[in-house]
Design a protein around this ligand. Structure first.
Ligand code: RIB
Ligand code: CA
Length: 312
């Protein structure tokens, strides 16, 4: 039975992923990081969410910024708090004293079957790997929401979680740890719609109602920025392979992260045709990742709503 740690930046879709994961998996811990908002807010949001959900799980606050480069934020989409639209009571649990990276290192050394579900910039994981290279042989798998086999959402080719810390992503993708990657090519195609938001808001229970308020805000932002009629629940796609494995299909391929390009920084270069090799003559590069290529989006969205409504 695997143990799971969620590395996140709540964040509206992180909140959906966290509450969905808590319903279906046994979470050994949550580590937070900067991304959708600053790390103090992502940690505050994580503590408020687990409290409202009645979940007892250690939360370790992680990195406040990337290994290098400028500090990116998703507040234009998620609001100043990172979870605008929700009015949750302050969580009474405190975060643990260990940093996110230290928490990941000790968990990897303690658990023999650790899976890390990473749905935010990969800084915590990269710091952990730099500080304790031995954990690369101990972590069973890393399931990432991030990257894309096609277009980006921050630049034409870069997705936010990778763009926010490309050096960290390059360290993780080259670590040798088995990677699952759910990128925008599948995650942006489906999500929560207005009637599902209304069902949540109509709940008499605090958590579904407040998550409904949050998703109402998020859907409005998605509509005004991208003209969407759905609110993508990107992050839950990194949880699905462990709860409903038939809902997302993957292909193994070599993936590298571009972090030196002026206009391509943050791109996940996915070798779908297996043509990358070190010198053009030697065999194709090692297939370090299983990359999501299709998903049953409507089923995933309905399962997510079902789990949110069950927090009565
Ligand atoms: O690009 C989507 C990703 O960026 C998601 O993880 C979302 O929460 C934001 O962090
Ligand atoms: Ca996220």
């Amino acid at each position: 039975m695997s143990h799971f740690i969620l590395d996140c930046d709540p964040g509206h879709d992180d909140a959906v992923a966290m509450l969905f994961a808590a319903k279906h998996l046994s979470l050994s811990g949550i580590t937070t990081v900067f991304g959708n908002t600053n790390v103090d807010n992502t940690t505050k949001n994580a503590l408020a969410l687990i409290d409202a959900a009645g979940i007892e799980v250690p939360v370790a606050q992680g990195a406040a910024g990337p290994l290098s480069g400028t500090l990116e934020s998703g507040e234009s989409v998620h609001g100043k708090s990172g979870l605008d639209g929700a009015n949750l009571p302050q969580g009474h649990q405190q975060s643990v004293t260990e940093s996110g990276a230290e928490f990941l290192i000790s968990a990897a050394r303690k658990e023999s079957d650790l899976v890390i579900i990473a749905i935010a910039p990969l800084t915590n994981l990269a710091l952990a790997l730099k500080q304790a290279p031995d954990i690369a042989q101990k972590i069973q798998e890393i399931s990432i929401m991030g990257g894309s086999t096609g277009v980006g959402n921050v630049t034409p080719v870069a997705e936010f979680n990778i763009f926010a810390d490309p050096e960290a992503a390059a360290i993780v993708f080259s670590s040798g740890i088995p990677i699952r990657m759910a990128g925008l090519n599948i995650t942006s195609k489906f999500g929560i719609n207005a009637s599902q938001v209304a069902a949540l808001r109509a709940s008499s229970a605090l958590l579904p109602r407040e998550i409904g308020g949050a998703l109402d805000y998020y859907l409005t932002r998605q509509h005004s920025i991208y003209g969407r009629t759905h609110a993508p629940i990107h992050d839950v796609c990194a949880v699905i392979p462990y709860t409903h494995p038939d809902l997302i299909q993957y292909e193994s391929m070599h993936v590298e992260v571009e972090y030196q390009g002026d206009i391509t920084r943050g791109q996940t270069v996915c070798d779908q045709r297996g043509i990358m090799s070190d010198d053009g003559l030697s065999p194709p590069k090692f297939k370090n990742a299983r990359v999501a290529i299709s998903a049953r989006g409507e089923t995933i969205s309905n399962l997510a709503i079902e789990s949110l409504l069950s927090y009565t």
